[in-house]
Write a new protein. Structure first.
Length: 410
């Protein structure tokens, strides 16, 4: 079984998916549970696997969506691996994650202050993995504004994701919905050696780029499968900020840097990074602080599981969205295991919101509230599984107001 460090893919090589019992359609997403006076509300629903979020200059909320592209069911045995194809620039993903199925269902939605949802961009490259391991989708993974300009990650693109003409890219998105690639992130991975071994069966040639942050006059993003963080300049130049595998390996007691780096934010002059973890390690997750120049890193939180979003409040307390819990894989059994927790000064975790359904992102609001992308993957129609996993289009954005815990939108 491949090592589950290839993200989104969020079903990443969890072979138990083929035999997981179906969940009744009406149950997804599950009703969230708020704790200790916390107020929750749904600001938008009907989204297509919502992922990263950002506020625009006018206060509208923009949401990246992975889309509705269906996967192809390919059961074992998988084809034998030809050693000659184990190159960094190969054009496909090995079974069981592959074969992928490409489409153009990636989308960016805009939610105004009244909760009305409109489409900011659509028809963007998307793909889905082999439904034997869940058929998880990638389309638009994250969005960010630099000044008045909207940018988006499209990890559903690239030759290995069945898009030979549409790169896995950072896009500039215009107000009319048209977009242009300004940086080919897949080409960067294929031409730069990193810690990910191309002979690994879960190797992602084009990457599964996840978070996007505008800071210091540039855009920063993380690739979980390869464990690298890069800076993309205004004109598309890509430079390495940190090989996170190597950085964390130096401070890890087990000399292990493969943590599947996912969530990325800037806070008070530094970057903070959350990890999904790996199935073979019970999705044990951590949060790290990385200096602005990428030279130093330190661990600031542990005891978490499957972190896909992080943020701070104005009292400088850390919050994390966990997409799974201890002893669970990223399968249907983890529905309801997602939660928003606060990391206390002594390292303990205080549940804020529980019973989340496969959450994928956390965003601090401009008025002290937090937003969570919920039902961001795995919320599919299982009634015709395994041949098809049709999206229920049941993703939603949850607003969370915490007494005494005003979000810091830094």
């Amino acid at each position: 079984m491949p090592k589950p460090s290839s993200l989104l893919a969020l079903g990443v090589a969890t072979l138990g998916l083929c035999c997981a019992p179906p969940i009744a359609l009406a149950q997804l997403p599950l009703p969230v549970v708020a704790h200790d006076g916390v107020k929750v509300s749904i600001v938008a629903d009907g989204l297509h696997d919502p992922r990263g979020m950002v506020f625009g200059p006018d206060g509208d909320l923009f949401v990246a969506e992975a889309g509705t592209t269906p996967g192809i069911y390919t059961p074992p045995p998988g084809p034998p691996i030809d050693p000659a194809t184990q190159t960094r620039d190969r054009c496909y993903i090995y079974w069981p994650l592959g074969p992928t199925n490409g489409g153009y269902t990636g989308r960016i939605s805009k939610i105004d202050r009244d909760g009305s949802v409109t489409t900011a961009a659509e028809g963007l490259p998307s793909d889905a993995n082999n439904t034997f391991v869940g058929g998880a989708r990638m389309g638009v993974g994250a969005v960010a504004f630099m000044g008045s300009h909207l940018y988006a990650l499209t990890p559903g693109g690239g030759c290995s994701h069945s898009h030979p003409r549409d790169p896995n890219a950072l896009l500039r998105v215009f107000p009319d919905g048209l977009s242009i690639p300004i940086a080919d992130l897949g080409a960067y991975l294929s031409s730069h050696i990193d810690s990910k071994n191309p002979t690994d069966t879960d190797f992602e040639p084009d990457g599964t780029w996840y978070s996007l942050v505008a800071a210091y006059g540039a855009l920063y993003t993380i690739e979980p499968n390869h464990g690298v963080m890069v800076r993309v300049g205004p004109h598309g130049g890509i430079t390495l900020v940190a090989n996170l595998w190597e950085k964390v390996k130096q401070i890890d007691a087990d000399n292990d840097g493969d943590k599947t780096y996912t969530a990325l934010i800037k806070h008070r002059g530094a970057f903070f990074i959350g990890t999904l973890g790996r199935g073979i390690h019970d999705f044990a997750a951590f949060v790290y602080a990385l200096s602005r120049d990428g030279s130093t890193i330190r661990q600031i939180a542990s005891g978490l599981h499957g972190v896909l979003g992080i943020a701070f409040d104005k009292r400088d307390r850390l919050y994390a969205v966990e997409t799974t819990g201890p002893g669970l894989r990223l399968t249907d059994a983890a529905a309801g295991a997602g939660r928003l927790v606060r990391v206390e000064r002594d390292g303990s975790l205080t549940p804020i919101v529980t019973n989340l359904t496969f959450p994928t992102a956390l965003l601090p609001g401009k008025h002290g509230e937090f937003y969570i992308s919920n039902c961001g993957y795995q919320c599919d129609d299982r009634s015709h599984f395994p041949p098809a996993r049709t999206s229920l289009e049941s993703g939603e954005i949850v607003k969370v107001v915490i007494p005494g815990g005003d979000a810091d939108p830094d």
